[in-house]
Each structure stands twice: as C-alpha cells, then as structure tokens.
Design a protein around this ligand. Structure first.
Ligand code: PMP
Length: 450
C-alpha cells in the first residue's frame, strides 16, 4: 500500500466523493479507512473505532464474515461473470432468487429482478409499475407519489420521488409527474401536529386530496420507506403504512416499499413493512442483501404484478430494462452466503435487542444534553438524533458544531454519520452489548464537546 502522504494528497487531487464538494477533500481530508474487523474500522493513522454507521447502513454481518468472503472468492474462480439478459442464466443467480424470495414470501413477494444497488432497484420498480399499468390497459397511469424526507437513491427516477431537496435542486428538471406528501415526522410538519396517529390521518387525507386532484387514473405508484432512513430515521405511527395501503388499493395505485435500508433484519424483523402489517406490491432492496461485500440490489414483485406480466396477451411484456451486472454470478454467490448467514445468526433478533439498548441509551443522553431536540428509533438498529441550538425554537444545529461533535465522537471511539443536523446510526447487526456501550460513551464525549 502507498504511504499515508501519497494517499491523502492523491485523494484530494483525483478522487471525487459522492455527497461532498470536491474542494472539501483539501480543506477537510476524509478519514481513510484501511482495515476492519468485527464491527470495528481502522484508519490509516491506526485509530480504531466502533463503526456505528455499518459502512453505509449495509454491513449487517460486520466486517469479518469468512463464509461470505469465501463464497465470493470461490465463485470468482468458477464463473466470474456471465450476462443474465434474456437467453442466458447462471446457477448462483437462480439459487439467489430462490433465497431472496424465501426471505420475503411472508411479505407477498414472489419474483426477483436483480440490480447493482438500491438506486437501480428503485428505478426498476418505477419502470415496472408503469409497464404493469400499460399491460393492464391503463397507459395513462404514469405518475408517482412519495413522501417528503424520503430517500430513494440518485438516478433520475429515484431523485424525482426523493423528498429531500438537496438531492434534487442541482439536477432539475427531474421527471415530470412526481408529487410529494408531508413526511410522518411528528417533530416538524406543516400541520404542527405532534400526535403521530393524528398526523398519519392528516397525511392520509392529503393523499386522498392529491389523488383526486391528479385523477386516480393518472397515478402509477406510491413509494415509501417503512422507516425513513437518510431523512433522519423517521418512524411513522403504526397506522400509517396501512392507511397508505388502503388508499392505494381503493384507487388502483401500486404500493412500493423501499426496503433498501430496512430489509434483511435492520429493523428487528426481516422487512420494515412487516412491522406495520402491510404487504406491498413491490419491494426494493440492496445493502444487507450482501452485507455490502458486493454491489447487489433487488426489486421484488408480488403475484398481483407478476401475473400481469406472465399472463400478458398484448405482446408488450418484455422488460426492456436491466443492467450488465443484473444477476451477476459473483454477486449472487454473495447473496446466497449472506442470506444463509443472516438466517443462521438470526440477525433480526440481535438487531431488536441491541437497537433497544442504543435507543434507550440515547434517550438518557437526551436528558443530559439540551442540544438533543429529538431522538428517533426503537425499531432495531436505526437510530437518529436531531440536534438543535435552541430547544424551544427547534433551531437546527449549525454544521460547524455538528462537525465538531462528529470529530470528538470519532476520537472517543465511534464513527457516526451526519445527515444535515441529524446524527444517524446503523451499526452492524452483529454488534454486542459492550460495543453499543462504546458508541454511547463516545457520543457522550461528542455532545460534551459541542
Ligand atoms: N433507497 C433507500 C431507502 C436508500 O436508503 C438508499 C441508499 N441509502 C437507496 C435507495 C439508494 O441505494 P444505492 O445507494 O445503493 O443506490
């Protein structure tokens, strides 16, 4: 490996980072992570921390799962690549589709379309939903409705249904025909409604109103995360997704559950929708599907949609969509091994227990620090802390202070992630009680530094 000076200098010179300004690499060099073990990561200075980010909400198995690593290595020797475009397939892809389908059968999913990641999966779901309506003889159903604060990746379709404007404004105009409802976010919402159940009712009414205004016959799908992740870990009322499901059904609108973060155990169950007693029409996943070890995503489809494609009489059911790396044999081998390990280790049960510990620990910190405006989580290992400079006025904390907290927390032993004025946490689902305590004590030091 090149020396530290080479790495730092050339990072700033040549490597552009997602979600950052290129010039920032000069003024604020990134932490260069060179190794990892268990749930710990080590930077080039040799500083080790508990990774409360889980890579990027994805390293569910931690960094040391040899079963997955060996499966990937073996597949590289057996068959490193072959296309899965119509006309060819490969054994790991077939086995992986079977494994994914088994995982989400309880959610009503029966078919799997593999992609290279979450944004691809969202794009796939949006396209398939338009094609579904065309095949059914309703080609006017082309519009999409989604939630503010939602994150659905960065392709033009996903960005268009995205509900955080910093992912949108520099890239406009986006896809026409995309409309947004308020987020089920009791701490801040346009209704000034702090009761989550009443807020759910208000958003349901706004959904009905928007559908009537647009004309139901023009709407293809509604997409939401069961728990909004990147928007700040926003947990809706238990009634919310069910209300959305009922409205979608009444108006012939497909419900897409974006489970890129929430799938595969992160929330304390295998899917997010399952917490809310909802079966979506399609689900999008990525991240935990390979624990981040290989870039894979999947769009899953339930029988209602599958039947229309598979019993098509129009001759238009060919899916002219897909990626060179869809159903990649090495990625598929990673999926098979990851899902077997995810089940064997019963990651959802540990996620639920350690998630409660983390959530309650952060709630205790909120009693100590006035800068903590809102603590969100309580469903597995997804925790958000919203920081404010004035608690009564709910003034968002400034970025300079956020960065100071981030650095102090890192130095004290834990990597956390900032999303605007939120601290976001999604550690590996293999994390132990002691390691959660390390995160909590590092956060305590971080908040004290504000
Ligand atoms: N949907 C959701 C809910 C996500 O959280 C993400 C990524 N964080 C995406 C889609 C996009 O996934 P990717 O970054 O793999 O393209």
């Amino acid at each position: 490996m090149k020396d530290d000076n080479f790495l730092t200098e050339n990072n700033a010179r040549h490597l552009w980072h997602p979600m950052g300004a290129p010039a920032d690499s000069h003024s604020t060099p990134p932490k260069i992570i060179k190794g990892a073990e268990g749930v710990n990561i080590t930077d080039i200075d040799g500083h080790a921390t508990v990774d409360a980010v889980g890579g990027l909400w994805c390293v569910n198995l931690g960094y040391s799962n040899d079963v997955v690593k060996e499966a990937i290595a073996k597949q590289l020797y057996d068959l490193p690549y072959y296309s899965a475009f119509a006309g060819t397939s490969n054994p790991p892809a077939i086995e992986a589709s079977y494994a994914v389908r088994e995982f989400f059968a309880e959610d009503g999913m029966s078919r799997v379309f593999f992609t290279s990641g979450g944004s691809d999966s969202v794009e796939t779901a949006l396209r398939l939903s338009r094609q579904y309506h065309r095949l059914r003889g309703e080609p006017t159903r082309t519009k999409f409705i989604s939630l503010k604060k939602g994150y659905h990746g960065t392709h033009f379709g996903g960005a268009s249904v995205n509900g955080n404007n910093r992912f949108r404004i520099n890239y406009e105009p986006l896809l026409p025909g995309c409309f947004h409802l308020p987020s089920p976010y009791p701490y801040r919402n346009p209704f000034n409604e702090s009761d989550p159940a009443q807020l759910a009712q208000n958003i349901a009414a706004a959904f009905e109103d928007e559908i009537a205004f647009q004309d139901p016959k023009t709407i293809a799908a509604f997409i939401m995360e069961p728990i909004q992740g990147a928007g700040g870990v926003i947990v809706p009322d238990a009634s919310f997704m069910k209300l959305m499901r009922e409205i979608c059904d009444r108006h012939g609108i497909l419900l897409i559950s974006d489970e890129v973060i929430t799938g595969f155990g992160r929330t304390g169950d295998w899917s997010g929708a399952r917490h809310w007693g909802v079966q979506p029409d399609m689900m999008t996943t990525a991240k935990g599907i390979t624990s981040g070890y290989f870039p894979v995503g999947a769009c899953m489809v339930g029988d209602k949609v599958a039947d229309v494609f598979e019993n098509d009489q129009t001759g238009e059911a060919a899916i002219y969509h897909g990626y060179t790396y869809s159903a990649h044999p090495v990625g598929s081998a990673a999926v098979i091994a990851t899902l077997a390990e995810t089940t064997r280790l019963d990651l959802k049960t540990n996620a639920a227990a350690r998630g409660t510990q983390l959530f309650e620990g952060v709630q205790k910190l909120a009693e100590k620090y006035d800068i903590i405006g809102d603590v969100r989580g309580g469903h597995g290992l997804m925790t958000g802390i919203e920081l404010v400079s004035d608690k009564a006025a709910k003034t968002p904390m400034d970025m300079a202070t956020m960065k100071k907290i981030h650095e102090a927390t890192y130095q004290a032993g834990s990597m956390v992630r900032l999303g605007a004025h939120n601290v976001l946490m999604s550690p590996p689902l293999t994390i132990s009680e002691g390691e959660v305590n390390t995160i909590l004590s590092a956060l305590d030091t971080g908040f004290a530094a504000a």
